[in-house]
Design a protein around this ligand. Structure first.
Ligand code: DAR
Length: 311
């Protein structure tokens, strides 16, 4: 979780208080944001009342409301527009996070969540040549430096220090280190054997969790930088060619919404489809089990393929 620690707060305004400069930035940012045509969930739920209630709060990690909303203020075209600069943000700033969480995860309210061995090597980005990095990115294995949304959320500071990728010999299991989250654990392979992919994923998670405690909350499950990944934090995605459906994107998106699916370009978020290939995944991560999240993706994609064949 990245945040812009304001060292001045300790000197000028005492522990727990928001520095006047941050308050000023928040006010200016809020006024400009309020006039923007943003359609983000942040714009939908950050009313003046909520803003005034939260702007003077800080977490024990010294994160302010500004640390969470600065990306959404700087990028009015955000879909969500907010990140949790540290785990406490979900509690201290619950008045803005909760309605966004319930909206994105389609009505999640209940404090329930269900949670759930591999030879490889870790490759720090700082020790990779640009060509080595590009080859891994081209092979859909490695992340690129954060997009403008993550940049504006201070998520890419000191890049590439502390960033890297672990992958096993046959590149079917990856762990991204300090991309958007501290860890992004990925199981992948060619073909449609979801069971094999999921078994590898769970086997590795069990081993990882013996050594690394994952930060969780009773209400929100696994805590992540972006509220769209909370809960199971699981995104089951499949690359599928759907040129006929893509000929009518409005209808394509309507179908995706109907089955709680997220449709992205070939290279994931904010990318275009290449050769009619889309990355289709479950939209909901919170308020349902890992099994149901994957089932929701599987059933939705099955329906999309049926519609593509019938088109
Ligand atoms: N682009 C930001 C975040 C959306 C969710 N994607 C993440 N977390 N990678 C937005 O608010 O649109």
């Amino acid at each position: 979780m990245a945040k812009a620690k304001c060292h001045k707060c300790e000197e000028k305004c005492g522990k727990g208080k928001v520095h006047p400069e941050i308050l000023e930035k928040l006010e200016i940012g809020f006024k400009n944001f309020y006039k923007s045509g943003s359609k983000s969930l942040l714009k939908k739920y950050l009313t003046r009342e909520v803003f005034d209630k939260l702007k003077t709060k800080k977490t024990s990690f010294d994160s302010s409301l500004l640390d969470c909303v600065q990306s959404g203020f700087a990028n009015p075209d955000s879909n969500v527009g907010i990140y949790a600069a540290d785990p406490e943000c979900y509690t201290i700033f619950a008045d803005i996070f909760d309605p966004i969480i319930q909206d994105y995860h389609l009505g999640f309210k209940n404090p329930t969540y269900n949670q759930l061995r591999i030879m490889g090597k870790y490759y720090p980005l700082s020790e990779m040549t640009p060509d080595e990095q590009q080859k891994l990115v081209d092979d859909h294995l490695l992340f690129k430096e954060g997009d403008r949304f993550l940049q504006a959320a201070n998520s890419c500071r000191y890049w590439p220090n502390g960033r890297g990728i672990f992958y096993n010999d046959d590149k079917t299991f990856l762990v991204w280190v300090n991309e958007e989250d501290h860890l992004r654990i990925i199981s992948l392979q060619q073909g449609g054997n979801l069971g094999e992919v999921y078994k590898r994923f769970v086997t590795a998670l069990i081993e990882l969790e013996k050594k690394i405690p994952f930060i969780k909350s009773e209400r929100l499950g696994n805590l992540t930088f972006c509220p769209t990944n909370l809960g199971t934090a699981i995104r089951a995605s499949i690359h599928v060619r759907l040129p006929k459906l893509a000929a009518n994107m409005t209808r394509f998106e309507e179908l995706a919404d109907k089955f709680n699916l997220q449709v992205r370009g070939t290279r994931g978020e904010h990318s275009e489809a290449e050769g009619g290939i889309y990355d289709v995944s479950n939209k909901r991560r919170l308020g349902l089990t890992e099994f149901n999240a994957i089932k929701e993706m599987y059933e939705g994609v099955t329906e999309l393929i049926k519609q593509e064949r019938a088109a």
